[in-house]
Design a protein around this ligand. Sequence first.
Ligand SMILES: [Zn+2]
Length: 244
Amino acid sequence: MPATQAINLFPRAMSQAAVPVRPVGECREVFDWDFKERGAMDNWFTIDEIDANTYIISEYRHWEETHCYLLNGNTRSLLIDTGLGISNIYEEVLKLTDKPITAAATHIHWDHIGGHKHFPDFYAHAEELEWLNGKFPLSIETIREMVIDRCDLPEGFCVKDYEFFQGMPTKVLTDHDIIDIGGREIEVLHTPGHSPGHLCFWEKAGDIYLRATWCIKIFCLLIIPLQTRKPTLIPFMEDVQRAM
Ligand SMILES: [Zn+2]
């Protein structure tokens, strides 16, 4: 894709508002969901190439339409979020990089760390370590209901086998840390609100597309209830102004 061509980063976002909920326990039957673009979704993952070393990996067959971002550097790759965990994102990422892969979660919610089990080298913010170690506030039963809610599940998937990822990160991130992947430096911004340890990732030397990617995360932050962390928004918005 030419560097100057705009890319629609929300191609189908929030397009299926009212669809039936699939009950827990049904693992194999075909789910009758009238996707407008079903023909384009034969595969679980959809890949958008921002440039030769930057990709968006999306999951449009679930209403959450999670987006993960793969940034390839000279020495390693950074995968921002690992998705829903319904299909194997590791196999998809291996098609896009031959470098060692570090995963970094924007936040520790099930739909952003679903594939973490495939990435032993992963980073997270200190304020969400408890959620990775037994103190996530939702039960596995509730999470499983969310996994199959408005989802065109792949053949063979059984929600009874779905687990919420648990583990200790190889590095605990703090505000303004730099992740160097070789020729690309990604700055970590602590942006609490959607979750206490929510992170954005900013490549100062990157082009407009990475800014746009970053804006997706800001958007995500701002549409979720902010009242829980109002005082922290002032320094966050100062960070936004500085970066823009
Ligand atoms: Zn979330």
